[in-house]
Ligand binder design. Structure first.
Ligand code: UTP
Length: 233
């Protein structure tokens, strides 16, 4: 299978713990023995801190986005270091470069690409471009809920959801101040337009990520730690 993985900065680069990078690298290396794998790293707390500092100086939002992109690429650089010879040594700066790097047989790692979105959107666009078999959004939430579970105790988790339903949930959450949707709205729209199978999963435990992407993902059956977004009935 060809898998594009959005690896949230909040789970990968939390505390900049080098052991955590190495654990994810081990798991990604194993997955890449069975599947072709491209990874998009998020910015996490460092991106939020840098963007906060820039915003406080009065920087415009595009400048803030460029700063965020730099941090996502720094995390990509760290993950490539953790992968050693199994990681593709360069960070693709766009989708074309990523598609060329994919044929290297190594784990390709990249960060953000363009202002106005997050790395979830980069992963979704790359998955569409490469006609990936699976897009995985690895995050700290165990799937898609009917509303933001941090703000609404009655929120229920879906095992499977259609792309159209995902868009309506994401848009409703984005409209509410202080809420954070599990999937970037741009990514949700891309998933809908290319009818891509996508999995949103809690990947705070690297071993669980390895288990799901190594074996379970091929079955595409419901899992307790995630939500499938699919047009399949
Ligand atoms: P992230 O993808 O990390 O955003 O990009 P996030 O929602 O905070 O995700 P987590 O916490 O890592 O899981 C960080 C920032 O970088 C900019 C945006 O400002 C984004 O908020 N960015 C990233 C872009 O402008 N374009 C991109 O293609 C990627």
């Amino acid at each position: 299978m060809l898998i594009v993985l959005s690896l949230g900065g909040s789970i990968l680069a939390k505390d900049l713990d080098s052991d955590r990078f190495l654990k994810y690298a081990t798991v990604l290396r194993d997955i890449s023995k069975k599947h072709t794998l491209l990874v998009i790293t998020g910015g996490g707390e460092a991106a939020r801190n840098y963007i906060g500092a820039a915003r406080a100086m009065g920087a415009d939002e595009v400048t803030c986005d460029y700063i965020g992109i730099e941090i996502t690429r720094l995390n990509a650089r760290l993950l490539i270091a953790a992968l050693g010879p199994d990681g593709y040594p360069e960070i693709p700066l766009n989708y074309l470069e990523a598609s060329k790097a994919m044929n290297s047989g190594k784990v390709v790692v990249m960060g953000g690409v363009t202002p106005g979105q997050t790395t979830d959107a980069v992963a979704a666009i790359l998955a569409e471009y490469l006609r990936a078999d699976l897009l995985t959004i690895a995050t700290s939430i165990d799937g898609v809920y009917s509303s933001d579970p941090n703000c609404d105790s009655s929120a229920v988790k879906y095992d499977t959801i259609s792309p159209e339903k995902l868009i309506s949930i994401v848009m409703a959450i984005e409209m509410k101040a202080g809420s954070k949707s599990p999937v970037d709205p741009v990514a949700a729209k891309i998933i809908e337009r290319c009818k891509l199978d996508a999995l949103v999963m809690d990947a705070r435990d690297p071993a669980l990520l390895g288990e799901i992407l190594g074996e379970e993902a091929a079955k595409k059956s419901p899992i307790s730690c995630g939500t499938w977004i699919t047009v399949r009935k």
